[in-house]
Design a protein around this ligand. Sequence first.
Ligand SMILES: [Zn+2]
Length: 243
Amino acid sequence: MEKPIYPLKNMRITQGYEEGTHIDSFAVDDAGLDTEIESIYAPFTGTIKKIYTQDANEVWLESNKPVEYPDGTIDYMTILFAHANNIDDLYVGKQIKQKEIFYQEGTSGNATGNHCHIECGRGKYEEPGWIENNNGYYVIINGRAPEDCLWIDEDTNIIDNYGYQFRKLSEDIEKLESGPEEETTVDENNSTTEENQTIEENQPIEQEENIRLIYTCTKDDLYGIYLKEGEQVYIKKTISTKK
Ligand SMILES: [Zn+2]
């Protein structure tokens, strides 16, 4: 399943949500590396659902499949971009692959200086794509905060995140690969007493009756595990008897 990626290589957010022209919305403006025009790539593999050329060349891209939000949500996502100067190569129904460059910063519509206006919405595209909010601005339907929708990857260069904490793709992968801390690792040379002390200090196994063996690993590999809220995972390292 795809994780939506922040659509600029250089994150330099110049206007946050809930302020100025973004009042009562989750829109952000990103001006990229500098005053030049920076490219925008698709955060996910999707389909262009709407193009509006009478204002700021707004384009709506809908994910082709559900995506994984940084907050754990699994759902479709629709994202709105605005201000590109020229979108002649785009059309409704066009397929865009994740991280494919398909849009540009610009100054079309109500914009001073090259930037891109970005709005994330949860779910599939819904007609007419946006609604007028209480302040007279048109905002994407089912808008969500960008940091709840978009991940940053190894290519993302954060110049100004405007205080929004985006989750890193690499952290998510590291967490999966390394599992919990190595608190139950058994050192063969340690005496029994020392082992027990280590366990007591970290207090990983207090209530033995609540621990159940669910799986014995038979080979080195990467595993995925479904956990219920509050459950904890311990790795018990067994000493191999193989010679
Ligand atoms: Zn804006």
